[in-house]
Design a protein around this ligand. Sequence first.
Ligand code: UDP
Length: 378
Amino acid sequence: METGSLKRVLFLTGTRADFGKIKPLIKNLDSNPDFETQVFVTGMHLMKRYGSTANEVIRSNFKNVFLYMNQDATYHQSMDFTFANTVNGLGRYIREFPADLMVIHGDRIEAMAGALVGVLNNMRVAHIEGGELSGTIDDSLRHAISKLAHLHFVANDEARVRLIQMGEKPESIYVIGSPDIDVMLSKALPDIAEVKSHYEINFDDYFILLVHPVTTEIDSLESNLEELTQAIEASGKNFVVIYPNNDLGAETIFKAYQELEENPHFRILPSVRFEYFLTLLKHSGGIVGNSSAGIREASVYGVPTIDVGTRQNRRLKHTSIVSVGWERKAILHALQSLPKSTPVSLNFGSGDSAEQFLKALQTDALWQLPIQKEFCDL
Ligand code: UDP
């Protein structure tokens, strides 16, 4: 491809979990005359139950935003079906609105669909935050996406080395840090009074509870949730409870939370806008559950985490994180003995990822990497 010409860059977002991370990247390209951005919005973003977070994308005022519903909320749909729908819709979209590069993030099925559609249509694919380990099926998806992607923008050197171990070309890997750190360290976050008033949170002190299903442990999900909800109720502490993602098993979590609805110690929310979530996290007494926010983000603010179960068991564990199983006693004990704050960690970036991403996209070397991948032996 000829360098120096206008480049069209398509970003795919399927959840609040990836949007917070790719938003700073889109923003930076959007204001640069060398690039034209497109944003394909799908997945949970379009679902009322999960907070219609497509509105957050729309509010960002990016050019060329396209909404595509890849699932039907009125009946239970297996994840492979959602995957197939995404391949179908995204394929049609890119034939109508072709781009020079598609940017996907993480380990969800929408990203997997994006990687596949890109590769099968000879469109360059860039993967954000590959090369990481978390645990469960997310690892398999993340690594599979990396094997399809032509370019990798990773959070740290460990991720880079892992991708090289997986046969990826060193020149195709850029260490830019985790782009959410850019937002986390920015001075533009809302203040806590505004966040509490916006989401009608009336507690002075509170913890955050954020639990996702582990699709490979679906049989024990109901009893695990029972242990957890009993522990947090027994603690007498206040919780801002945030709904899970829409992975298989989410229904079981919704059911378990129904019991908490009448309890004044709980404020249950479908989703919190990224910047608002960060402020909420920063001022919380800690985060409980199995969200990546407990592993990646809490330690940046020195907020303690109780990481429950296996979902994050392969992630790098900072000293701010206490890992426990799904046992009422263990969770309660961890809650009662959490420190007020913990040492700060900046393992995943220093706040300039968007700048580094833009710089990489402005180099000829990036665009000259062949679209036919080669496996590099160690
Ligand atoms: N997040 C958010 N609003 C919320 C909950 C989470 O913006 O209400 C962000 C959070 O900061 C993190 C990302 O979404 O960057 C991932 O969180 P989640 O627990 O949804 O997914 P995971 O990464 O664990 O799959």
